[in-house]
Design a protein around this ligand. Structure first.
Ligand code: ADP
Ligand code: MG
Length: 156
């Protein structure tokens, strides 16, 4: 069995506020990945600014940080053998307009409303320290989906 890779998905504020978008996105996540951790948080300017540190100085940095602090975001740690690139493929291009044109059924193409408000974040790398014990638990199971937590948990 191949090991699971983890990635971070962040559902951005406009999508968290849109029940149709949110339930569609959550179904995609739940059906394609194991959901290891879910947390709804409100980022402050400092946290959002640090998270997007690599974009300091770009023309969209201020509007991005302002947007990401405009409402709650949903953080999901999700696992799949090819999690990083699968999640990015499901999202589609960073540019919503490009997505709408090239891949109309990608999440950004369907639910994005501008180049900043592009539905969700996908990481380029696996940041999470995934201990051997956790990985094997999710890979070999048995696990069940807990709707209330919106996480896969060990079946006792
Ligand atoms: P991605 O989220 O696909 O990894 P980037 O890391 O390049 O894309 O950019 C981070 C975020 O900054 C994007 O998801 C988007 O919200 C915003 N952003 C990127 N490029 C632009 C742009 N040209 N105009 C407005 N916002 C942008
Ligand atoms: Mg990026």
């Amino acid at each position: 069995m191949q090991k699971l890779q983890l990635t971070l998905a962040i559902i951005k504020p406009h999508a968290v506020k849109n029940p149709v978008a949110l339930s569609f996105i959550r179904n995609v996540i739940k059906n394609k990945f194991v959901v290891v951790k879910t947390k709804r948080v409100s980022l402050d300017k400092e946290a959002a600014g640090k998270f997007y540190n690599e974009h300091v100085g770009k023309f969209f940095y201020n509007r991005l940080v302002t947007f990401m602090t405009s409402g709650s975001v949903d953080l999901h740690i999700i696992g799949h053998v090819d999690a990083i690139s699968l999640w990015r493929r499901l999202l589609g291009p960073t540019s919503v307009y490009k997505g709408q044109f090239q891949e109309p059924y990608c999440l950004r193409g369907m639910f994005g409303i501008s180049d900043t408000r592009n539905v969700a974040h996908g990481s380029d790398f696996s940041f999470y320290n995934w201990h051997n014990t956790d990985e094997v638990l999710y890979r070999k199971g048995p696990i069940i989906f807990n709707d209330h937590l919106f996480e896969h948990v060990r079946k006792l």
